[in-house]
Design a protein. Sequence first.
Length: 137
Amino acid sequence: MYNTAMHKFIRVSKAVIINEHGKALLLLRGPTAPSRPSTWDLPGGIVEDGETTLETVRREVLEETGLNINPDSYSPIDKHEDYNYCWTVYEVRITNEQVDISWEHDEYKWVDEEELEELKNIPVFLKKIVQVASKKL
């Protein structure tokens, strides 16, 4: 059995951003991304020293999508741990859908549950997280 108490996780903060039509925002990582290249991902990133997970998700969402999200719209929905990462995921509701993706990503999509099922190159645990957030509508 793997001893997580002895392992230092890289802390990551992500957002499931849901628009007023109930669709979730996904970003396609570029082919040269350092981890999981050419896969669909949620906006967010690594928590920097001295930052809270809320500060990280706000900063990363703005950097990656151009969306300025309101801290009052946060709702923590999941914490996922694997051998390298400890993810904190927040649900964020927005009305502004105008996305301006960063150089790190090649494409973005607003997806409903049916479209999510049809997507290729998305990690299974991310699919499940988006499904949980979508069902809370």
